[in-house]
Design a binder for this molecule. Structure first.
Ligand code: ATP
Ligand code: MG
Length: 371
């Protein structure tokens, strides 16, 4: 399967950093480059936790933002935990619709892209009580004003379908710290939107160690690992998201993909050029084609020249369909056996519970709450 992703770090950073770089993306890109070097020389020192909300099928933003990195790290020998964040579905909606179906679809997507359940742990945090218990001491380590100023949470509130903002919306980044720290992960491959949450996790780990560690570190301070596409835009020109009806899913058919790309927002300039700051929609499409082709977005733009947006969309459609063909074939194959998907999850849940129980025991000992 051709899942090689070209090194377009500069392009990716430019595509996502923005004029103010409020999320600290440039610094995280630089740190990610340094981490890549460490991973190459000593993959065994890393443990990865990352995951997704079961709110729909995974899309190209996930793939190039984080999924590709997960499989790459797994194959380099890094231990991988993938959380299906079922409680987090309720951050921006009252009811978790079709939860079981969404959970199964995520497992299916993971298997199709190459996550290997024999080496990696796929679990739902709702099935791991000790993980959730970590949230209580963690909540005591952050202030309300710290939670209030999280830019990703503010953006999600703006896109939320709820009239009132729930307590879970403000506190889910703390829950995410529990997701990461229950298995003492030190590396988290994520998209740009997760950077403020990672910063909060680092703060929580540091404060826990300072307050209860008695001179030793109970928790590591995990790093974010950004890919070369930390913010892929959807067909409407905003972040591609499961919940925004703007995504091209990994499972989409060839025709659906063509229709979605055809409807993607572009601009009126006929000459196609790669300039993320002034032409975000065209540039995101170029980046997508480039990632699929293993070339730079500038090269793809040069090929198209003055042929206009229709030609660009044709290239994107063909590139995506060709790139995803083997993933889609494997997805269809794994989809025949739903019992296997549930078995993968139940084994993963069991493994995650054992890890969480051990960490909670350590936390209770550190906090003097063993009675
Ligand atoms: P929802 O709209 O339900 O929140 P989502 O599409 O934002 O769904 P999440 O489950 O919230 O997906 O995110 C899972 C992971 O995928 C996170 O690490 C996130 O940073 C990454 N990710 C999501 N969308 C993109 C994107 N458009 N570009 C790059 N990375 C992304
Ligand atoms: Mg999201």
């Amino acid at each position: 399967m051709n899942t090689a992703v070209p090194q377009t770090e500069d392009a990716g950073a430019a595509a996502c950093a923005g004029p103010t770089d409020a999320l600290g993306t440039s610094a995280a890109q630089a740190r990610s480059a340094a981490l890549e070097e460490l991973i190459r020389t000593d993959p065994g020192r890393f443990r990865v936790l990352t995951g997704d909300r079961p709110t729909g099928r995974l899309h190209l933003g996930h793939f190039f933002g984080t999924l590709h990195n997960r499989v790459r790290l797994q194959d380099l020998g890094v231990e991988l935990f993938v959380v299906i964040a079922d409680y987090q579905v309720l951050t921006d909606r009252d009811v978790a619709d079709n939860l079981l179906q969404h959970v199964e679809e995520l497992v299916l997507d993971y298997l199709a892209i190459g996550v290997d359940p024999a080496r990696s742990t796929i679990f739902t945090h709702g099935a791991v009580p000790a993980l959730n218990q970590l949230m209580l001491p963690f909540l005591s380590l952050v202030s309300v004003s710290e939670l209030n100023r999280n830019p990703t949470v503010k953006d999600e509130i703006a896109h939320s379908r709820q009239s009132a903002v729930s307590g879970l919306m403000f506190t889910y980044p703390v829950h995410q710290a529990a997701d990461i720290l229950f298995c003492k992960a030190n590396l988290v491959p994520v998209g740009q939107d997760q950077l403020p949450h990672l910063e909060l996790t680092r703060t929580i780990a540091r404060r826990f160690n300072d307050r209860y560690g008695a001179g030793s570190a109970v928790f590591p301070q995990p790093d974010a690992l950004l890919s070369s596409a930390p913010l892929l835009l959807g067909t409407d020109g905003t972040k591609m998201s499961k919940s925004r009806n703007n995504a091209i899913t990994l499972a989409a058919t060839v025709d659906e993909t063509a229709r979605l790309v055809k409807g993607a927002k572009t601009d009126s300039e006929r000459h196609i050029s790669y300039d993320p700051a002034t032409r975000p929609e065209v540039s995101s499409l170029l980046l997508l084609a480039a990632l699929c082709q293993g070339r730079s977005p500038e090269q793809v733009a040069a090929d198209i020249g003055s042929a206009g947006a229709a030609a660009l969309k044709k290239v994107v459609t063909e590139s995506v369909n060709e790139y995803l063909a083997p993933i889609r074939a494997r997805r269809a194959e794994y989809g025949q056996d739903r019992a296997h998907l549930r078995a993968v999850l139940s084994e993963g849940n069991e493994r995650a519970r054992a890890v969480a129980d051990a960490t909670l025991a350590e936390v209770r000992a550190a906090m003097n709450t063993c009675y």
